[in-house]
Design a protein around this ligand. Structure first.
Ligand SMILES: Cc1cc2nc3c(=O)[nH]c(=O)nc-3n(C[C@H](O)[C@H](O)[C@H](O)COP(=O)(O)OP(=O)(O)OC[C@H]3O[C@@H](n4cnc5c(N)ncnc54)[C@H](O)[C@@H]3O)c2cc1C
Length: 395
């Protein structure tokens, strides 16, 4: 077993070895501890506490948090590989990490020195667990139209409003809370601020847990705030009006996560399908010897490889500090559409057995659409990509 405490302090030249060890450990965790139980938790829609505890032991809550704050300090390429591996086992597990590490990234990039010192070590240890409170019942894609307000009263802000679709709402201890400090600002995003809001205080109600098509086991809830007080010291970066830009920078990390998730789920669907295609016989031979099935397998594997390369390219650019909105958007778009296609093709290859709950393929098929909708829908993704391309090819 790898000692993850040692890894946090490993010298730069040892980082390749560290990365290989982390990936190997995650692979073994997924094979031995996740795959055997994923369907049981999923069908019961039960929170996988023992698996989350193991992820904490493995240091995954600090995966991308710098070693100086007690994290593993892994790069985003390795992070994407970890997410892919987890999702080969069960997509919901990556949701436990996603908003947590997005918040850690935003804090690292935009937090004050005091905010980083206060929160990053606890986030790395998984003692604080973060959720993102951005979406509202009337505002998802059009995030500038949120209505939640944060009004300054002395050394506090008083928050009122409702959030929707908040993943990890119950299990998180801290919210990355997006609110309007200037509702009359024009354009509206200039009036948006971001807070590190510790949840354990009066005025927060975690509402009903949504009954989802897939992405089960982890909770996605409504959350409302009524005269909820957040210390002014928890305004990220110490200045109002920067929240929209701050949270959007975190969404880049989120899109790499979603793209990697999609690759992992698609890979799992492909592996189940190619195994089954060699075992199932019709008309005197295994179905993998029928050309119609061969064409499917070839297209599935080729698209998954392309999605993986796009995802790793985006992650690599992020590691080099390059602007990555276009590549992360392309990776998220292509990987999630690929995942949707591949999971349906896998179901077709399994025939009737693909449609029943004894096989995991029906779960991949139900999990796939989340990647199309979450972290900015693919329609919005295409708009962002097109805008960026027009800018790049401006005449
Ligand atoms: C399971 C799940 C978990 C989630 N977790 C979180 C979370 O942890 N935190 C959080 O803050 N949010 C979370 N979300 C919210 C998610 O990010 C939003 O659902 C998503 O951004 C879409 O917003 P919406 O649902 O309001 O759809 P809308 O914005 O209402 O869009 C509806 C449709 O219109 C399309 N559309 C909208 N505007 C345009 C346009 N300009 N051009 C073309 N088409 C357009 C959309 O693509 C979509 O097809 C989660 C959602 C789900 C389903």
């Amino acid at each position: 077993m790898v000692n993850f405490d040692d890894m946090a302090g490993a010298a730069v030249e040892d980082r390749h070895a560290v990365t290989a060890q982390v990936l190997d450990t995650v692979r073994r965790f997924v094979a031995r501890e996740v795959i055997p139980v994923a369907s049981k938790y999923e069908h019961a829609d039960e929170y996988p506490q023992p698996l989350v505890d193991r992820m904490r032991e493995l240091g995954l809550f600090g995966a991308t948090i710098p070693a100086e704050y007690g994290g593993l300090g892994l790069d985003y390429t390795t992070y994407a590989m970890i997410v892919e591996e987890l999702c080969r086992g069960w997509m919901s597990l990556s949701g436990v990490l996603n908003t947590h590490l997005m918040f850690a990234y935003v804090l690292q990039m935009h937090g004050t020195a005091e905010q980083k010192a206060r929160y990053l070590p606890a986030l790395a240890r998984g003692e604080h667990r973060a959720a993102l409170c951005l979406t509202e019942p009337h505002a998802g894609s059009d995030a500038q139209r949120i209505r939640t307000t944060a009004v300054r009263r002395g050394d506090h802000y008083v928050v009122n409003g409702s959030k929707m679709f908040i993943t990890n709402a119950r299990t998180a201890t801290i919210y990355s809370l997006v609110a309007k400090t200037d509702p009359s600002a024009d354009p509206p995003y200039k009036g948006i601020s971001l807070f590190a809001a510790e949840k354990d205080a009066p005025g927060v109600t975690v509402g009903r847990q949504l009954d989802k098509l897939g992405y089960k086991g982890i909770e996605t809830c409504e959350v409302s705030f009524e005269d909820f007080r957040v210390p002014a010291a928890n305004l990220i970066g110490g200045a109002e009006g920067r929240g929209f830009t701050q949270v959007m920078s975190g969404l880049e990390v989120g899109r790499i996560n979603i793209a990697a998730r999609a690759v992992g789920v698609a890979q799992a669907a492909f592996e189940d399908a190619i195994r089954y295609a060699q075992e199932r016989r019709t008309f005197g031979k295994p179905i993998c010897e029928h050309q119609a099935i061969q064409l499917k397998l070839a297209d599935m594997a080729t698209k998954i490889e392309a999605a993986r390369l796009l995802t790793r390219q985006a992650a690599g650019m992020k590691d080099r500090g390059e602007r990555v909105d276009l590549q992360a958007g392309m990776a998220k778009l292509f990987a999630s559409e690929t995942c949707q296609e591949v999971s349906l093709e896998a179901m077709r290859i399994l025939g009737g057995y693909g449609y029943v709950k004894e096989f995991a393929v029906e779960r991949y098929y139900r999990d796939a659409p989340l990647m199309i909708i979450g972290e900015g829908t693919n329609e919005i993704q295409r708009l962002v990509i097109a805008r960026s391309l027009v800018q790049r090819y401006k005449i």
